[in-house]
Structures are given as structure tokens and as C-alpha cells.
Design a protein around this ligand. Structure first.
Ligand code: ARG
Length: 452
């Protein structure tokens, strides 16, 4: 008998229950229950004997959950209630004491903080693996030129190593963001009770120590309604997934016959059921498509939190759907990106031929005029006209004679001829962070340092 005179409507039960989603929190729920019960006994709030019975029951429950033999029941609304019910079945009356000085509100906040801390650490490991794969690929293709693009138009040549390392720096920033996420899961919510604190002489610091928290939350209302760390994970994930979508997008382009810069490994591609010649870059395409999904997790959950009065509201139960989806998507997309990079075979000739397009020396030619004292705007115009007329004649800039060059500007001399002969295009980009080999080597060393 309790407060209710009738059983829940089946549809109410369906919308209200979270067990199917939150059952994966069980390892954290068991761990926090152990720490909680041992603190209750140490503080004399429950007897040592009851604590022993509950702890043994928790061990049995842990074994059942691990083995997939836990007897879930239709009445188990969420994982917290399921575990408590089962502990009571096993430990008898003592089991009824496990929830002393605790509420599901501080309980779920604690499970989730433990989960998010672990998820951030796992995501960081995957990011580091991808950084290592990209760095290895950069080293293996140190001096392979390809065009660098702006507006997807050939702009200036760069080395493939330089291009791959660009992703390393994006991922390094992602890694730092996930480190921040972990730093936001360091204060223990447990002990805040339903919202106002508890009526018992608990020792929160002891529980915090046992569960690896650095301290305890300073405000019980904030503690039970704080899901900032979930938002932090989702926002770090949204940006990381967006970075991966750019990598995926480039692999899709580069593996097309039009580019032909890369062949992806068979084990990371699929065939067509209709067209036998095809090898599709599905994983790259899915890297593109998963990013908006994670961004959706972030914006949906911010929507859930928006305008919520303090403290706990059932709305917050939805946090797990978004968080778990983002965590799983990150694991999958980071592994897919690494698999493709590790197995990619780059086509040196195709990239070099595209990079040899004489038109991409146009900026260097304009810079030469600037060094000769011509204002940049004017030199931009001179070279622009030269490009237009040369293209109209179906020729390359490198085919222009000294005389023809000088008809555009008397400042164009033998150095312009040499510059158009290609060799110097990349090596002249020797500014810090530029694509010249010496600079890329510095960058590669710095990238290696990242992983220690
Ligand atoms: N399943 C709930 C959740 O995930 C646990 C907390 C329920 N608290 C409550 N007062 N009904 O948010």
C-alpha cells in the first residue's frame, strides 16, 4: 500500500520508465551504493551487520548484471529502483535500508557524473589514437605535394603531411575540451538528498574519496539539478564530430575518380549491389552525416534544460538518451576515421600532377611583383589579367616567355621564369606554421610531443 489508489496507466508507465536506457549505468550505481552503505555504517546510521548484508547483496546483483542474468521486472521503472528491489529480495529487511539518507535525485546525478567522467576518458583515448594515426600518415607522406584549396579551387600547393597535420591540431583542441569535461565531474552530488540535504550525520567526503571525486558539491539544489557536465560532453562531442565530418568529406572527395588522390582500404568501403565497378566511401559519408546528429543531441538537451525551475525535474531523465547517443557516436566515428586513415593509400602521381598546375603559382608571382615595389592590389590585377589571357589561349603560366612576361610588367624577369618552374612553390612557404619541409618537420615534432 502506498499513496496511490490505482496502478499506473500503461501509457504513463511507457513514457515514464527509463530502464531500457539507463540500465547501462548499473556499474556506477552499484559502486556508489557500496560507498554509500559503507559510509552509513561508519557513521553509525545503519548497523555493521545490515551494511554487510547489503554489500553482499550488491555483489550478488553485480554478478547477475554482469552475466546478463539479472531478473528485471515489469515494475522496475529505472535501474536505481531495479537494483534496490533486488538488493531487498536478497538481503531481506536490511535491503530496505540502502536508500537511507539518499534520493534518486542525488543518486542519478552521481551515476551520471561517474559515467561522464569515464566516457570523457574513453573518448580521449580514441582521439589520441586518431592523432597518432594522422601523425604517422603525415610522417609517411612528408614531401608529397598536392594542391591546397580555397573555395574548392586550386589555390597553392602544400605537402600532404601539412594537410594531415591540420587535423591533428583540431583533434588536439578536442582532446583539451574533453579534458575539461572530465574536470567538470569532480564534485560529488551524493548526499544532497532530494534537493535540500539530508537529515542524517553523513560523511560526504568519505564517499567522495571512495568514488574518486575531488570534493563534494557545495549546494544541494545545484547538485541535483546540475547537468552542465552533460552539456559539456555534448558540446565537445558536437565540435569533434564536426571536425570528423570535414575529414570524412575530404576522404569522399579525394577517393572520387575526379580527384583520385586516395584509395580507401577495402575493409572500410562497400560495393554497389547494382554497379560492380563501384567502391563506395560509406564510412567517410557517415562521418559527415553523424556530425549533425551529435549537434542535434546538444541542441535537444539544451532545449530540455531551458527554463527548468530548480531543482530536479523529470525532464532531466531525458539527458541519458542524448548523452549515450553522443558517447556511442564518438566512439564509432573516431574509430572509423582512424581505420580509414590507417588504411588509406595516397596516389602520389595524381596529387603531384594536380599540384603542378602552373596557375597555382599566380599568388607567388604577385608576391614577386610586390617585392619589386609594385603595390599588392596592382600586382593582383596584373597577374589576374595574365591568368585570364593565358587560360584563354589554353596555355600554362610556365609557358610564357620572358618577353611575354615583361609585356605585363617590366618588373618580371628571370626570377619570375624560375618561380613559374614550380620547384620553389612549396619551399618558399617557410614562415612559421607554413608548408615548407623544414617547417612541417618542426610541426611533426610538435605533434609527436602531444602524445608524449
Ligand atoms: N530515472 C530518473 C532519472 O533518470 C531517476 C530520478 C528520479 N527522481 C524522481 N524524483 N522521480 O532522472
Amino acid at each position: 500500500m502506498n499513496r496511490f489508489g490505482e496502478p499506473p496507466d500503461p501509457d504513463f508507465d511507457a513514457i515514464n520508465r527509463s530502464l531500457d536506457v539507463d540500465s547501462r549505468l548499473w556499474p556506477f550505481d552499484v559502486a556508489q551504493s557500496r560507498a554509500h552503505v559503507s559510509m552509513l555504517a561508519a557513521q553509525g546510521i545503519i548497523s555493521a551487520e545490515d551494511a554487510g548484508l547489503i554489500t553482499d547483496a550488491l555483489t550478488a546483483v553485480e554478478g547477475e548484471l554482469e552475466a546478463g542474468l539479472f531478473p528485471f521486472e515489469a515494475s522496475d521503472e529505472d535501474i536505481h529502483m531495479a537494483i534496490e528491489r533486488r538488493v531487498s529480495e536478497i538481503a531481506g529487511e536490511a535491503g530496505g535500508r540502502i536508500h537511507t539518507a539518499r534520493s534518486r535525485n542525488d543518486q542519478v546525478a552521481t551515476d551520471l557524473a561517474l559515467f561522464t567522467r569515464q566516457a570523457a576518458a574513453d573518448t580521449i583515448i580514441e582521439i589520441e589514437r586518431l592523432i597518432a594515426a594522422l601523425t604517422d600518415a603525415a610522417e609517411a607522406h612528408l614531401d608529397w605535394p598536392l594542391p591546397g584549396y580555397t573555395h574548392l579551387q586550386r589555390a597553392q600547393p602544400v605537402y600532404l603531411s601539412h594537410h594531415l597535420l591540420a587535423y591533428v591540431w583540431m583533434l588536439q583542441r578536442d582532446r583539451q575540451r574533453f579534458e575539461f569535461v572530465a574536470s567538470q565531474c569532480t564534485l560529488l552530488p551524493l548526499g544532497s538528498g532530494a534537493l535540500a540535504g539530508v537529515n542524517f550525520n553523513t560523511d560526504r567526503r568519505r564517499v567522495a574519496d571512495e568514488l574518486g571525486f575531488e570534493g563534494v558539491s557545495p549546494n544541494s539544489l545545484d547538485a541535483v539539478s546540475n547537468r552542465d557536465f552533460v552539456v559539456d560532453y555534448l558540446s565537445a562531442a558536437a565540435l569533434c564530430a564536426t571536425h570528423l565530418s570535414r575529414l570524412g568529406g575530404e576522404l569522399v572527395l579525394w577517393s572520387s575518380q575526379e580527384f583520385g588522390f586516395v584509395e580507401l582500404p577495402d575493409r572500410w568501403t562497400s560495393g554497389s549491389s547494382r554497379m560492380p565497378q563501384k567502391k563506395n566511401p560509406d564510412a567517410g559519408e557517415l562521418l559527415r552525416a553523424k556530425a549533425p546528429r551529435v549537434v542535434g543531441d546538444l541542441s535537444s538537451f539544451l532545449g530540455v534544460l531551458h527554463g527548468l525551475p530548480l531543482a530536479y525535474n523529470k525532464d532531466m531523465q531525458e539527458d541519458k538518451e542524448y548523452l549515450f547517443d553522443a558517447v556511442d557516436t564518438m566512439q564509432l566515428t573516431l574509430a572509423a576515421a582512424r581505420g580509414m586513415i590507417e588504411g588509406a593509400s595516397f596516389e602520389r602521381e595524381r596529387m603531384a600532377a594536380a599540384a603542378a598546375d602552373g596557375m597555382i603559382a599566380a599568388t607567388d608571382l604577385a608576391d614577386l611583383l610586390v617585392r619589386r615595389g609594385v603595390p599588392f592590389r596592382q600586382s593582383h590585377e596584373i597577374v589576374g589579367q595574365m591568368v585570364r589571357e593565358t587560360l584563354a589561349a589554353d596555355r600554362q603560366l610556365s609557358s610564357l616567355s620572358l618577353e611575354q612576361l615583361q609585356s605585363y610588367s617590366p618588373e618580371l624577369d628571370d626570377e619570375a621564369i624560375a618561380l613559374l618552374a614550380q620547384d620553389g612553390w612549396l619551399e618558399s612557404k617557410a614562415s612559421e606554421g607554413g608548408t615548407a619541409l623544414a617547417r612541417v618537420r618542426e610541426q611533426l615534432a610538435a605533434a609527436r610531443e602531444l602524445l608524449g
